[in-house]
Design a binder for this molecule. Sequence first.
Ligand SMILES: Cc1ncc(COP(=O)(O)O)c(C=O)c1O
Length: 428
Amino acid sequence: MTNDALWQRRKNALSPTYAHFYDEPLNVVKGDGVWLYDETGSKYLDCYNNVVSVGHCNPTVVKALCDQASTLNTHTRYIHENVVVLAEKLAAKFPEKLDTCIFVCTGTEANDLALQMARCVSGNKGVIVTDAAYHGNSTVIGAMDQRRKNFGQFDWLETFEPPNTYRGPHAGKDEGEMASLYASEVDKAIAKLAGKGISLAAAMLDLSFDSNGILIPPGDYANLVADKVRAAGGLVICDEVQAGYCRLGEYWWGFERYGVMPDIVTIGKPMGAGHPVAAIVTTREIARKFSEIDRYFNTFGGNPVSAAVAAAVIDEIDDRKLLENATDVGTYLQAGLEKLAGKYSFIGNIQGAGLFWGLDLVSDPVSKTPMSDRELRHITTLLKDEGVLMGYTGRYNNCLKIRPPLIFSKENADQALSAMDRVFRTLG
Ligand SMILES: Cc1ncc(COP(=O)(O)O)c(C=O)c1O
């Protein structure tokens, strides 16, 4: 069957809500480590997929899955060692206070549950998030991305300006000043809630600011925000679905990078290397308070197969020293990106850390006019034709997104950088 025929069948059988990255559909039939293969056997360097952080079809993870799937799969209403082992392994990766887990299947579910808990514990209902942040797709969590009009407006939600040091109202000032000016945007959002008679239950923070183009906030911004949230009676929920699992290098979690202590952490995506598993990690006290008010059961969350997979992922990251790799290769990649920025003035800014980078691409470096969505699609298509897969993100959809599996090597980085160089050269 041709790709066109499959594309047509997909269109007929699936909802039009499904998007595709490229005008000419890519038919991926096999994955191995950092590589994806299409139906003709052509191979692509995967610089996009963070979910398979330990590599596509990682043999250790696949074995853990197959062994447990062929032995038993049930739920958490019986005791099983796997889920306990996973909870213990996870807790060991967090500060001592964050010692209690609840398992779910997706990042959206984790965030929804985190919000339920924050509301129960605080007794309030207001929520603040950065503008254009993405935290999931349910009615409540999806509504937090106010660009998505079909979710409507909720009185309990306010957004605040993301801490963009390159573009945005406080960009370009001194680091400390930017930190306090951007943090004061949170005061405005809390005041707007108060104006409606609503008190703050939580701030949900993705400290990688992925959908804002992958931002590194200035100075002590993250702690200033956390202090303001707590002073207003709210809980700090760190959505580590993107920032967690060593993505930003140096630390397992994004919040650690900024010395912030969250009340609740949500994790997902890379946790199962492609298998749907996600979780909440919080304090015993918060979990206890929530359990006094409400119960929570998730049919698939914490099942022995998912738990075996998630435990194998943690072991792989440790055994193969992938945190160190993300730091080391990330630094190497950054140096290469900086060289490209010196060569091409349409690279307005390089933002990110570890193995998570956004290139803010501009059509005019002086006015910082963002390149269009269409131009980014063109660039990622040219990169695909060079055998390299990347994506794009950001408030204006103009940030080229580089987010490869954690097993990415310096050799892989060289290949990605030279493909970018060749593609950028064609853009003038
Ligand atoms: C920061 C963040 N949080 C939550 C989610 C939702 O996760 P899921 O798609 O597993 O529901 C995403 C997904 O892209 C995300 O990027």
